[in-house]
Write a protein that binds this ligand. Structure first.
Ligand SMILES: C[S@@+](CC[C@H](N)C(=O)[O-])C[C@H]1O[C@@H](n2cnc3c(N)ncnc32)[C@H](O)[C@@H]1O
Length: 269
């Protein structure tokens, strides 16, 4: 079974036959009990099987080593993987975001039931139009519409989420009452909305502060979920931890800026 080079060698047909005959003979003249003999026979067969399997594994490994990737193959593999990841990002996770600068791209993370409730608590006693900036699957717009906000509009760039939002509206018989628009929130004119909701990343909030201060009417209220606006003082807060939501009155914010001599400007892109 072992070759002269020290490696494991598969026994040939003749050798196997001889081994089997020896085994049978020693088995016949062996004085041990039938059960002992059977156990030993089974052990020998198992050992032989393992040796043969090791041979096959070594052969496959040698074959694989011979076919190792060269530099060009590695480059192709890397490029292919990169392309697949990009296609997944651009086509499934962030479609419609090609024209939005990378630092302003916010991925989809839906608000929890508690977060939606907290936002609605802060909107109590409010009325008029509402816009959710980055509306995802439309859950906030839908809830706001059921509380009587009209028009209730969601701005979203991801077409899959827009489709899902419309489907939810249709399923809950609210299709005509809500509206989901495929528009970049940075380019929407918000001057007609008295109520704004945002569930966005902290990285984009400083820029959004400027846009809201310039565009919103004097009696507007902004509700932010998950992350507060970095430079503003809220008029009320509801919830704890990641479920927390903050409300801001635009009038108070402008008054504060005026008293500090801060000018409102928005750079056009
Ligand atoms: C954190 S999710 C919040 C979704 C939803 N408001 C909710 O609370 O369930 C942010 C959403 O904003 C959308 N979004 C990000 N940037 C946008 C942009 N420039 N214009 C429109 N939608 C945007 C994303 O596609 C994503 O669905």
């Amino acid at each position: 079974m072992f070759s002269s080079e020290g490696g494991v060698k598969t026994p040939g047909k003749e050798e196997m036959k001889r081994m089997k005959e020896n085994e049978v003979m020693s088995y016949q003249i062996d004085p041990r009990t039938q059960q002992q003999k059977t156990t030993e026979y089974n052990l020998i067969s198992l050992t032989r099987k393992i040796c043969m399997e090791e041979d096959i594994q070594e052969e496959s490994l040698a074959e694989f080593k011979e076919r190792r990737l060269g530099g060009w193959g590695l480059l192709q593999l890397t490029a292919g993987t990169g392309l697949a990841v990009y296609a997944m990002w651009a086509g499934i996770l962030m479609p419609g975001f090609r024209r939005v600068p990378l630092k302003l791209q916010v991925p989809y993370i839906p608000a929890s039931k508690r977060q939606v409730q907290n936002v609605m608590t802060l909107l109590k006693s409010r009325s008029g139009g509402l816009a959710d900036l980055g509306s995802g699957d439309g859950r906030i717009v839908l809830e706001a519409s059921q509380l009587g906000f009209s028009p209730a509009v969601g701005y979203e760039l991801n077409p899959w989420l827009l489709w899902l939002a419309r489907f939810h509206a249709w399923k809950t018989r609210n299709y005509g009452r809500v509206s989901y628009r495929r528009e970049d929130l940075w380019k929407v004119d918000l001057s007609g909305y008295k109520n704004i909701t945002v569930f966005l990343a902290p990285s984009v909030l400083p820029l959004l502060q400027e846009k809201l201060l310039v565009e919103l009417p004097e009696d507007a209220l902004i509700v932010a979920g998950r992350f507060p606006f970095p430079d503003w003082t809220p008029c009320s807060i509801v919830g704890e931890g990641v479920e927390r939501a903050w409300a801001y009155q635009i009038q108070a914010l402008r008054g504060h800026n005026q008293s500090k001599g801060i000018k409102m400007t928005v750079e056009s892109s």
